[in-house]
Design a protein around this ligand. Structure first.
Ligand SMILES: [Ca+2]
Ligand SMILES: [Ca+2]
Length: 74
C-alpha cells in the first residue's frame, strides 16, 4: 500500500469514470483455453492496464476469477 500507487489509481479512475468497461472474457480468450494471456489482454486497453494488478498469482495469465476481480474493481 503506497501513496504513489493510490494517486495513480485515482487518476485512472477519473479517466475510466469509476466503472471500467472490459470486453467479455470469452471475447478476450481468443484461443479458448479458459485463461487470458498477456497477449490476449492487450486486445482490451482497460484490461491491458490492469493486467499486472489483476494477475494475482503472477503466472502471466488471468483465470476467470482473476478477470472478474479486475473487471469489477471499483
Ligand atoms: Ca487464452
Ligand atoms: Ca494468474
Amino acid at each position: 500500500m503506497t501513496g504513489s500507487f493510490l494517486a495513480g489509481s485515482a487518476a485512472l479512475l477519473v479517466t475510466a469514470c469509476a466503472e471500467p468497461s472490459v470486453a467479455p472474457f470469452a471475447e478476450l480468450d481468443v484461443d479458448g483455453n479458459g485463461r487470458i494471456s498477456r497477449n490476449e489482454a492487450m486486445r482490451d486497453v482497460v484490461l491491458a492496464g490492469l493486467f499486472a494488478e489483476a494477475d494475482e498469482n503472477d503466472d502471466g495469465e488471468l483465470t476467470p476469477f482473476e478477470y472478474l476481480q479486475a473487471a469489477h474493481r471499483p
